[in-house]
Design a protein around this ligand. Structure first.
Ligand code: PA5
Length: 457
């Protein structure tokens, strides 16, 4: 459910939109839908188009996951950006919060799970010092098969495994990459690693529901069938429904566009569930990398995009909400609320305590959390700030699948409304090329010279 009351004008908040204002966007939303569906039929919009074939691939993924999950104590993803945040977000949302600390029998004898996205030398060295390589499976995820961070980690791990495991080192590496391109593929083929394919047209940040995320999820015991079922249902709803008040992706994109046009350059994503903290990281990449663009489709300079901010309720009520309520009116806030948690905690009653603390007794932590969310929402309304709420009935595989597809589709819609390509990332590529140049890769000599000259000025 999406509760968008806080985006609309009301007695308490005259700054909101009217229903008529939202409806006035229907024509452009219809055009966006037509354009997206034409591309969908042409086999583009891969994050949606591929869901069915991914469902058919689940038995292969699950078979491999079951075979390896009892064999290894640790499962480590080496990847960055779109090749890391999805697996991490889904794991945190759906597995025990302290999964890695649980005794093996409480983890279903499945391996501990780590994602090494950054190349901080301390963190990477300390991980390798802690894990026994002979009991670890490494999943190297890189669509391009070229990304310096992931390739550097891979080379270090491969070297370590060769030393520790000898001839059987290749059994400790599973590669997820493109079917035909990139430098990782020939190494995987020559050295005989188990391999999964990232389908050609899909961008990293849209790839969670491909082997990029499904393999990690299956190995760590997540119900990947329900995850895909939720995604497929949301996908169908969005593709087959018309009208801003019926199609959730249209609604969210329309609200984002109107707020952006009103100067809300910042989009805060604030789940009230620790399990969704990394989902905020995943959303931030999706929104930032897809929509932050210099050129529109006609090649005109436009510099569009809304800056995503990650926050966590209630923690950030005590750090950021002051700014949201009283700072510049340049933010729009999305709360994500879980309606039923899988655990609850009752707060004990102690009649001897003073009334000012006793009132908490007999309530639960979920009630306190919801009350805090509601109170924050109300305070923001009184301050004239716009906000909306995505309500998940539960934090389970089905709802998470739905949430992923909703956020992906609304990003695609927003790309249409902004008249930009939401599926490329030229600003990221420039940085990657600069890194190759500075690290001495062949063919990047001119770029190296250019950067060194810049360093002198
Ligand atoms: O969304 C994206 O395209 C990026 O975040 C990439 O996923 C990231 O740069 C890693 O690229 P690759 O998977 O090619 O190593």
């Amino acid at each position: 459910t999406i509760d968008f009351t806080g985006m609309m004008e009301s007695l308490q908040n005259q700054n909101g939109f009217s229903e008529a204002k939202l409806q006035s966007l229907q024509k452009v939303l219809d055009e966006a839908q037509t354009a997206l569906l034409i591309r969908w039929k042409a086999g583009e919009i891969d994050f949606s188009k591929l869901l069915v074939s991914m469902k058919n691939q689940l038995s292969e993924i699950s078979e491999y996951a079951n075979a390896v999950s009892s064999k290894f104590d640790n499962f480590v993803v080496l990847g960055i950006g779109g090749s890391a945040l999805g697996p991490l977000a889904v794991h945190q949302a759906l597995n025990h919060y302290y999964y890695n600390e649980l005794p093996p029998e409480k983890r279903g004898h499945r391996p501990r799970f780590y994602v090494m996205d950054n190349i901080d030398p301390v963190r990477f060295s300390e991980l390798l010092q802690m894990l026994d390589p002979s009991k670890t499976l490494f999943n190297v995820i890189s669509k391009s098969g070229n990304t310096s961070e992931t390739m550097a980690q891979f080379l270090i791990v491969r070297d370590t495994l060769r030393r520790v495991c000898g001839d059987s080192y290749a059994e400790h590496i599973v590669v997820t990459t493109d079917k035909e391109k990139g430098n990782l593929l020939p190494i995987a083929l020559t050295e005989g690693y188990q391999r999964f394919v990232i389908p050609a047209g899909i961008g990293g940040r849209f790839s969670e529901l491909t082997p990029v995320g499904l393999l990690a999820a299956a190995i760590c015991g997540i119900d990947v069938h329900r995850l895909l079922e939720g995604a497929l249902e949301m996908d169908q709803w969005i593709r087959e429904t018309q009208g801003v008040f019926s199609n959730p992706a249209q609604l969210r994109a329309a609200l984002a566009l109107l707020s952006w046009q009103k100067g809300k350059n910042i989009s805060v994503f604030m789940p009230y569930a620790d399990g969704l903290k990394t989902m905020a990281d995943w959303y931030a990449q999706l929104w930032a990398e897809s929509l932050g663009k210099r050129y529109d489709r006609q090649g005109r300079v436009v510099h569009v995009g809304q800056t995503p901010v990650k926050a966590l309720g209630v923690t950030d009520q005590h750090s950021q909400v002051q700014l949201y309520a009283e700072g510049p009116d340049d933010k729009v806030i999305t709360f994500v609320v879980v309606e039923k948690f899988k655990e609850t905690q009752e707060i004990p009653i102690d009649m001897k305590l003073p009334e000012d603390i006793r009132f908490l007794g007999g309530k639960t932590l979920d009630e306190l959390l919801w009350a805090e969310q509601k109170a924050t929402e109300y305070a923001l309304t009184l301050a004239g700030r716009q906000h909306q709420k995505i309500l998940l009935p539960r934090l389970d595989a089905y709802s998470v699948g739905q949430l992923l597809l909703l956020l992906e589709w609304e990003t695609a819609y927003m790309g249409e409304l902004l008249n930009i390509n939401a599926f490329d990332q030229p600003g990221v590529e420039e940085g990657k090329n600069g890194t190759y140049a500075l690290m001495g890769r062949n063919g990047y000599e001119a770029k190296k010279h250019e950067i060194e000259e810049y360093g002198k000025t």
